[in-house]
Design a protein around this ligand. Structure first.
Ligand SMILES: *[C@@H]1O[C@H](CO)[C@@H](O)[C@H](O)[C@H]1NC(C)=O
Ligand SMILES: *[C@@H]1O[C@H](CO)[C@@H](O)[C@H](O)[C@H]1NC(C)=O
Ligand SMILES: *[C@@H]1O[C@H](CO)[C@@H](O)[C@H](O)[C@H]1NC(C)=O
Ligand SMILES: *[C@@H]1O[C@H](CO)[C@@H](O)[C@H](O)[C@H]1NC(C)=O
Ligand SMILES: *[C@@H]1O[C@H](CO)[C@@H](O)[C@H](O)[C@H]1NC(C)=O
Length: 520
């Protein structure tokens, strides 16, 4: 049942990468794209006794911004347009780095994805008052015709690109919020005021995310075939409400279906847009990871650590849900030691893109032999798991990932689970490509958590900074005949562990993903 077809998502990925690369030089203009991270104290501290229904219209501000990721206070929506209420529009980033028309990207529709005043516009305080303000002449009971959507809302332009959901959108969102609310202890992390079955709360600094609104996704849009997206969302955010395009239409219609103009007010909004992130080179030209834009902003500002402590609460929540022990270690500045070396091979032989059958067997045999030998010789306990993700439950997949030290596999979706590994000084991801092929998805993601990443081309390997600059998808990249020399991979893993026993310097910004290219 092997198909040589390139899937839609591969095409989208290639096109997005290519499109944005060509736009690179034109767009890299820091002036039009201020990166913003404000002091968290400025985020909260509204006067909650104020009745906006009679007292008026708080102005919009941007608390944090990187291309594709914007945290707003006091965003408005009317008629489907996101409105920035301000008397000074020059303090905002260019709209194209915040939003788009929401169409999925491809090589030919760059222009169609550029935002128009229909997606985002400015409105002055006076205009707002004219459109939505109470008319005291009519009745003293008249209120401003705006409703507040309380709490923190994640509004996303994400469309059906299912494999980006957890390892990119959710990963990046949590990264961005962790950075924006860094050291903000005043915010309650949960909305719960009754006893809860959910265990210790998720985080000490990110506020409770009340809802996610996917403007451009229908009810099935964010579902993936293995069901992982829904599993993750419900396990990690059990109280978060999800709205999709039809719900957004209800909200739009609530502002437009009468002769009277109305609006919605969102006091706190994380707004995410994939096309906007791709317009900046860190994502568009270099990593093809939207989360890399958020990472660069927050890492540079010193708002997140470089070994993924910011992500630990999500990882632990999912581990706990799946039945494995969460970490008790307090967050630290360096990666912890580990007594076990657990190698997990994500075996793709049952899927489209995979190793030559004989190479797969030789790889498994080589690693089994190496692990046996290590267990006879050494002090560490070695373990090898040959996992066919499609044959085990999602809970089992997470339990494997949670205990893995070294994740190994052919480039593909299964490597997404690397975000649920608990990074130690030995942690690594070993990704096998067709020789000549390369994609940065898992390379960037591994390194953003402080883990080492190796790319394998049959009997060669490379790691940062020796990887190709651009992704490459040669003929056969997605095919069933990817070669690999098992002995070579087994030796690479053995050497990696030996090297880390000797020295494991803490990740530094200079050695961090893309900082060397774009950090200056
Ligand atoms: C508007 O904002 C810009 C950028 O923050 C600032 O330089 C300028 O002084 C502001 N203008 C007014 C009238 O406040
Ligand atoms: C690209 O997207 C546009 C819509 O934005 C669509 O009209 C066009 O057919 C798409 N092209 C390809 C090659 O998929
Ligand atoms: C966090 O805030 C506390 C209290 O305001 C302060 O003592 C501490 O130094 C801050 N930590 C960081 C990393 O900024
Ligand atoms: C929203 O309003 C439009 C235009 O008035 C109408 O065609 C559509 O049926 C409404 N949608 C819903 C879900 O009510
Ligand atoms: C890798 O394999 C190729 C093809 O079998 C061979 O020509 C080459 O010499 C090998 N390279 C190394 C470094 O072993």
């Amino acid at each position: 049942m092997v198909s040589r077809e390139i899937s839609r998502r591969d095409i989208v990925l290639i096109f997005l990468g290519a499109t944005c690369f060509y736009a690179f030089s034109a767009l890299f203009s820091p002036k039009s794209n201020p990166m913003i991270v404000k002091d968290p104290d400025s985020i909260l501290a509204p006067d909650i006794t104020m009745d906006l229904g009679v007292q008026g219209f708080p102005e919009t501000s941007v608390v944090a911004h990187a291309p594709g990721w914007t945290l707003f206070r006091n965003l408005y929506m009317s008629g489907g347009t996101l409105l920035l209420l301000t008397s000074n529009s020059s303090q905002f980033p260019d709209h194209k780095f915040m939003t788009s028309t929401g169409l999925p990207g491809n090589l030919t529709n760059d222009a169609q994805r550029m935002p128009t005043p229909k997606e985002m516009a400015f409105i002055t305080p006076n205009e707002a008052k004219m459109r939505w303000g109470r008319q005291t002449g009519i009745s003293v009971h008249e209120r401003n015709r705006v409703l507040t959507v309380e709490g923190l809302t994640h509004i996303s332009h994400q469309v059906a690109q299912d494999y980006h959901f957890v390892a990119e959108l959710m990963f990046g969102s949590w990264l961005f919020l962790s950075g924006a609310f860094h050291n903000q202890s005043a915010i309650p992390p949960t909305s719960a005021f009754e006893p809860s079955f959910n265990g210790p709360s998720l985080s000490t600094s990110v506020p409770f995310i009340n809802r996610a609104i996917f403007i451009h996704s229908d009810v099935n849009g964010l579902r993936d075939a293995p069901g992982f997206n829904g599993y993750f969302l419900r396990a990690v955010f059990p109280s978060m409400t999800v709205e999709v395009s039809i719900d957004w239409i209800d909200r739009v219609n609530a502002t437009t279906n009468t002769k009277i103009d109305r609006a919605w007010h969102f006091p706190l909004v994380l707004f995410t847009d994939r096309s906007a992130a791709f317009r900046s080179p860190i994502c568009g030209a270099y990593t093809q990871r939207t989360a890399a834009e958020a990472w660069m902003l927050m890492a540079k500002a010193g708002k997140i650590d470089l070994i993924g402590n910011w992500w630990a609460s999500i990882r632990d929540t999912l581990s706990r849900y799946a039945g494995s022990a969460p970490t008790d270690d307090p967050p630290s500045a360096t990666l912890p030691d580990s007594q076990n070396i657990i190698i997990t091979y994500i075996n793709r032989q049952g899927t489209r893109r995979h190793l030559r059958d004989e190479d797969n067997l030789a790889l498994v045999a080589a690693i089994e032999q190496m692990v046996e030998r290590k267990n006879r010789q050494g002090t560490k306990k070695w373990e090898f798991n040959n996992v066919h993700a499609e044959r085990i439950t999602l809970d089992e997949q997470i339990r494997f990932a949670a205990k893995t030290t070294i994740m190994l596999g052919v480039h593909g979706n299964g490597l997404t689970h690397l975000v649920f590994m608990k990074p130690t000084r030995f942690s690594a991801v070993v990704e096998i490509f067709l020789p000549g092929g390369f994609a940065r998805d898992y390379e960037w993601t591994s390194r953003s958590l402080g883990m080492t990443h190796y790319s394998i081309w049959n009997n060669e390997s490379f790691t940062h900074p020796h990887e190709p600059v651009l992704p490459a998808y040669p003929e056969g990249f997605h095919g069933p005949n990817i070669p690999v020399q098992g002995q070579f991979v087994a030796k690479l893993i053995e050497d990696h562990v030996a090297a880390k026993e000797q020295a494991a310097p803490a990740p530094s910004l200079d050695n961090s993903p893309v900082y060397d290219k774009f950090g200056g």
